[in-house]
Ligand binder design. Structure first.
Ligand code: GRF
Length: 198
């Protein structure tokens, strides 16, 4: 096994950020290995993308577990078995409990489609659009026990044009995400010491 840090990317849906990360890894712009995609939704497009990039998929249906704790314990065990050092949340629609967060303390990254602390929550792009503000943005941050509030690793503003529809704004935000997330992961990995896995 090589010495590149091993990542697990967590997705629930489309997976366009997963693909941006996988493409950066493939081009060696992001010096890491994606050990697996963790997905909680069997039909998610992210699964198809992982197959295309030959990334193993760990499909974990929360309904098959009696509690959130058991579900997360199972995932942590799988990640440890695969030598995963860093967890990358990319559109994972489940809030992680302190049990999981403590297992990967300081090593869980998330991307959020707003300029935090503005527009926290699950509908950040729509909320900014409907609020009539002139700009919103994208934030990459570390995950702590409080949702959307961990230390910020990277941020970029995105203007909202008078001519924007919600769809055109979403498209521009996603384009920024696809550039910002791989770059922020790269910077994070450079700044964090990882033990070599044999
Ligand atoms: C992104 O907008 C991300 O910021 C948010 O969920 C969305 C996931 O999109 N957390 P995709 O699945 O990567 O296409």
């Amino acid at each position: 096994m090589d010495a590149k840090p091993r990542l697990a990317v967590f997705c629930s849906g489309n997976g366009s950020n997963f693909e941006a990360i996988a493409a950066a890894v493939k081009k060696n712009k992001l010096r890491a290995r994606i050990a697996c995609l963790v997905c909680d939704k069997p039909g998610a497009r992210a699964v198809e993308r992982a197959h295309r990039y030959q990334v193993p998929v760990v499909l974990v249906n929360p309904k098959l577990f009696s509690s959130r704790k058991d579900y997360e314990k199972f995932i942590v065990r799988v990640l440890r078995n695969q030598g995963v050092e860093v967890v990358i949340l990319a559109g994972f629609m489940r809030i992680l409990t302190p049990h999981f967060i403590r297992a990967y303390q300081g090593k869980i990254l998330n991307i959020h489609p707003s300029y935090l602390p503005q527009f926290k929550g699950a509908h950040a792009i729509r909320d900014a659009y409907e609020a009539g503000v002139r700009e919103t943005g994208v934030t990459v941050h570390l995950v702590t026990e409080d949702v959307d509030t961990g230390p910020i690793l990277a941020q970029e503003r995105v203007k909202i044009r008078p001519s924007d529809t919600l769809a055109s704004l979403e498209k521009r935000i996603h384009a920024v995400e696809h550039r910002l997330y791989p770059a922020a992961i790269t910077a994070f990995l450079k700044s964090t010491p990882f033990k070599k896995i044999k």
